[in-house]
Write a protein that binds this ligand. Sequence first.
Ligand SMILES: [Zn+2]
Length: 224
Amino acid sequence: MLLEELRKEIVFYGQEMLKSGLTMHTGGNLSARDPKTGLIVIKPTSLPYRTMRPEDVPVIDENGKMIDGSLKPSSEWPMHTMIYQAMPRVMGIVHDHSIHATACSVADIEIPLIMHEICIYCSSPVKVAAFEVPGTPELGQSALKYLGDNDIVLLGQHGPLAVGATLWHAFDAACAVEQAASMLLVARQLGGTVSPVPSTGRKALRSADPLLGPDGQPPEIKAV
Ligand SMILES: [Zn+2]
């Protein structure tokens, strides 16, 4: 099977999104780019994560042309291909509709860098991009406006999107933004002053390599 390992990663992290509460049923989408061929594996449209198999995962090129697979790619594939075209360093994208980060996107509240995890992926507060209709190229343009120094953006009235040098990196960033959004809500309810991590700490965290495990390799994907 073409890009079998990368297709397994889509299934693995799709199910992790479900288990982690980042999404429900078929919501959100994720993709990964093969560094050797530039081909992209992406969640198939309308298929539940729970029953997804590696052979269900479509392979497309950076223009969205089908290369392999029998199911259609996620309707948000234009956003994914636009990000890969614009950001050569990006090899993985996770987009979900997690409760607290999506609530911030609905309330137009940017997320300050209040915890160390979010500082790994962002140099400045996570911004809310303008709303655009899902599935359109305009959604990709809107997201790209705030990606670059940051690996995370909130799509207006929609949900978070995270990018990374691996799918693991993008998934970890998606977890970090949901955690920060949750803590922002709780901390504000407690009534104290909500302050960002001091700038020296933020710089150290952002410049550290978050991609590798203790053995110097990305975490191994268990069989799916
Ligand atoms: Zn979406």
